[in-house]
Each structure stands twice: as C-alpha cells, then as structure tokens.
Unconditional design. Sequence first.
Length: 325
Amino acid sequence: MANKIYTTLRQQLKILRSKNMNISINGQGAKVKKILERENYYSVINGYKDPFIQTSSNNETFISNTQFENLYTLFTFDRNVRLIYLKFILKIEHQIKSVIAHEFSKKYGHDNYLKLGNFDILDNQNCNKEDNNKIKKVLTTIGKLETSLSNQMNKNKEITHYMSTYGYVPLWVLVNILTLGEISYFYSNMKPGDKNNVARVFNVNPEEFSKYIKNLTLSRNLCAHDERFYDFKYRESLSTSYISNFSLFSIPSKNGNYLYGTNDAFSIAVIFSQLLPKKDIQIFIKSMDKEFKTLDKNLDSSIFNKIKIKMGFGNSWKKLRDICR
C-alpha cells in the first residue's frame, strides 16, 4: 500500500480540480486554500464529499458544477447541528444523572454504590455462567466508580471534601463527575425493579430507556469530539410501538419497518421529544429549521433532500412537537 504523502495547499486544489470540482483560478482558489489551511483537507473533503460524488463513475469524480462551497456548506451545517444537539443532550444528561442518583439512594442509602448486592446479581451460591457474567459487569461498574473517585481526589473540591470529612462521596455528588457513558453502564447493571423506577420518572419503557441512554451517549461523543454527525447510524433502533403518534411523521416503510427515522439523527430528536419539555422541542425545531433553510439555499434540491433523508428528517419532521409527552 502506497504511503500517504504530504501535499501542499496548491496541490490539494489541483487534486480537487482533477476530480471535476469547479474552483476558478482567481480569488476563489485563495479563499479555498485559507479554509483548507484552517479546517484541513481530510475534515472537509473526505468527510463531506459523498453526496457530491458521481455514483456512475468508477473513479472518484464530483458531480458536474460542484463547488467547494457546497462541501463547506455541508461541513458548516453539520458543525452547527452538532452544537444544537449537544445543548439538549447535556440537559437530558443532567436530568438522567439526578434521577438515577435519587432513586438509587432513596432505596439503598447514601453509602450505596460500592456494594455488589445493590446491583443485578443473583443471591445464590449456584451461579451459572450468565450469573458470573453479571457479577463481572457489576464489579466493572464498581471499579469504574472507584477509579473516578481516585482520579478526582485533590482535583475536585466536592469530592475531596466528602472523602476527607466523611470517608465517602454520596452518589448524588459522584454523578456530577461521571460521563454519560458511565451512567449508561451503571443503569444497565441496576436491578430490574430499580430500572423501572428510573424509567417511570421519564414515563418511558425501561428497555427503551436503556436504548435512549446508549444512543444519547454515542451522539454526545460525536458532538463533543467534532466528528461527522449528520449521516451516523446507531446500532440500537427505536421501537416505535412505544412512541405515541410516530405515524404522524409519514415515514415510508418496507416489510413493516420504517425506512428511516429510528436509528439516525432524527431518532435522537425523537428521544428529545420523549424526555424534554415541549418548549425545548419548539426551540430545537426552530434551530434546526434555520439550519435546513441555510443548507437548502446553498445546495441543489436533489442533494439537499438526500441529506435530509440520510438524517432521517422527512417532510413532516416538525411534528416532533405533536409527540411530546
């Protein structure tokens, strides 16, 4: 395999022109070079070229009249969308942490999360392989919590104060330093009845709530690490039978399965509608509508519609406000 060799900005423009991208020799080229220097070729071109590539060509060739600004518009759109999503994910993250800490501590007390018996394991001596795996997962959870505490000693004032003064840190304090991924793992190892209590607060099925946290964790990571977001597909698909009026979105289906909207960017918006107040969903809709309008102005309509469908946003996506709990 040939090595990837460094190319200058001038060479990068030459490569793009050779692939049928329309970049004029005048001031446009200078503008493109400034953007590529700031954002880098890989992030803009390799990250967002797919909707603009001719599918009928064996070689990687851009659709006729493709401008650099088209790709950069999609790049900028995706970045803005990540910021919108992250705002609401962080709000949900705070609520999930608070509810889990409250429900768990209400049942098991303040010094509760380092005890094996407070999690989903069987209390018998004849454990099979499945039971042993459960114990292993719980021990991993406890180990992660202990590591988080250790890492924050002498760094976090609240953690240091509680450990120095009381010899322990209440869960409602600890959750503030845990990642959403760690909280997701914590929830997955809670006893079924305790999971029910948490999910009931959000009026969501416990198994679906587990999916929600997992997908929100992935979504948060994409947004926080500035990774491509708009066409990401999640492993966990939403069970629409638990979502009242999902049919309002008029998403086409095949063999009883929706073609989009259950494991894409829109599916995260659906989770928002199930966990956030209606006023937040209205703000979300307004923010996304603004970004879509900007994108529509700068792209061919066929490419614009292709991107929306990749994201799972059909023509009736604004009805998110109508499925709020």
